[in-house]
Design a protein around this ligand. Sequence first.
Ligand code: HEM
Length: 134
Amino acid sequence: MSKDYMDVQASYGRCSRQKGFITRFYELLMEKDERIPRMFEGTDWSQQNRALRRGISIALTFAGGSNIVERSMDEMADVHSRKGRAPVDPVLYKHWRESLLQAVKEFDPRITPELEKHWAEALKKTTDHFTEHY
Ligand code: HEM
């Protein structure tokens, strides 16, 4: 069954309106694997936080089956591919999904087990797409 993940989009809205959501996500991600903080050594964080906010929004729209964001998704996947500016070994994507899900659980006051399941599905679609592009 195809889903539009509007409930996930709404949850993302509730999270991202709160200060500290993206920062908390990165804090969790950094602890998962020692390779990760090293990748972000030269990063401009205000720019990166903005890029990721937009990136998640694109990813959720993509997961919902809309192809208007296909090009943006491919561009993000290219950045993280073997030959990209910031290559990401696909084994690391489970950390990305877990960290984001954890941050959502901490920040969305209306999280439910069903919503968590939808989030997990939507994020898996995104990282599977990145993995195919690797
Ligand atoms: C473990 C997983 C991931 C790691 C370690 C990672 C790491 C990075 C790094 C090192 C950069 C470059 C930062 C810089 O310019 O200094 C970056 C950029 C970016 N990442 Fe990721 N990333 C991961 C997963 C993802 C996923 C799944 C998305 C999807 C939403 C994403 C979206 C972006 C975006 C939008 C940018 C900015 C691209 C640009 O500047 O053109 N990342 N990432």
